[in-house]
Write a protein that binds this ligand. Structure first.
Ligand code: OAD
Length: 249
């Protein structure tokens, strides 16, 4: 695996780095079998565009449809396992004194792999909150109604994820901005770098003088601006990078 050629300047910088921040997107979970956000959906859901389902407006109009779509995604994610890309980030965290993992993914695969310092910018698909009160709800009485209702106020329940047009959780976003602005090395992994404000984080890191590394098999709007653009799958490149930085000594 460590035969993958990687820039030695990057390997050396990583080995001696004290502050590293990583931004991940759907691409890091693609090798676990979780479809990326902009990939065509399958089966019953093929006729829907995720960008039209993941909005407060869609939920207001068709709450049952949106709840069932998330239930289907939850089920696919439960069947998935973390892959070598997630695992390499667990090992990177062990070697770097100040390590921040910022993710746009809602799938919990980083946590299941064993990462600790995780900022979930777009929420988590396994959590539920009240659509009316915007407060987390952990349990609700069994019933036939879909979506179920908030036991406190009777409002509809929804997944605790960030939808298009909604604000990101402020504390996580500020912590992510701080990590981006102070990192010596910033990685942008498996993200199309299209959705703001997450897409702004690598640009902040660049402005602050960090080494910025992109890992993606496809070019993105960020590719021409980064210090190192590593063209390939996260599940191959990340384990090779970790091996060359810390195991090949
Ligand atoms: P996208 O689906 O937009 O992009 C996934 C990226 O992963 C693409 O650039 C792929 O080329 C890349 N990719 C695919 N396989 C890969 C692999 N094996 N290794 C590395 N990269 C790979 O997903 P995101 O950028 O995460 O937001 O999307 C960002 C946000 O947009 C999502 O969180 C969601 C969506 O709208 C909300 O729901 C608010």
């Amino acid at each position: 695996m460590s035969a993958i050629p990687l820039p030695s300047a990057l390997v050396n910088r990583l080995r001696s780095a004290r502050r590293v921040a990583v931004l991940t997107g759907a691409g890091i979970s693609a090798e676990s079998g979780v479809p990326t956000f902009r990939e065509a959906q399958t089966g019953l859901w093929a006729q829907y565009n995720p960008e039209e389902l993941a909005t407060p407006r869609a939920f207001r109009r068709q709450p049952k449809l949106v709840w069932e779509w998330y239930a289907w995604r939850q089920q696919r994610i439960r069947q998935a396992e973390p892959n070598p890309g997630h695992q390499a980030l667990v090992s990177m965290e062990r070697h770097i004194p100040e390590f921040t993992l910022i993710t746009q993914n809602v799938d919990s695969l980083h946590r299941r792999a064993g990462s600790h310092q995780i900022l979930e910018l777009h929420g988590n698909i396994f959590r539920t909150k009240c659509f009316s009160e915007d407060r987390p709800v952990e349990s609700w009485p069994d019933g036939d109604e879909i979506p179920p209702r908030c036991p406190r106020c009777g409002g509809l329940l929804r997944p605790d994820v960030v939808w298009f047009g909604e604000m990101l959780p402020a504390t996580a976003l500020h912590a992510a901005e701080h990590a981006a602005a102070t990192a010596e090395i910033f990685f942008s992994i498996g993200t199309s770098a299209l959705v703001y404000p997450a897409a702004d984080l690598p640009l902040r890191a660049l402005d602050a003088g960090a080494t910025v590394v992109e890992i993606n098999p496809q070019p993105t709007p960020l590719s021409s601006r980064v210090t190192f653009s590593l063209n390939g799958a996260a599940g191959e490149i990340l384990p090779a990078l970790v091996a060359q930085a810390w195991e090949a000594i």
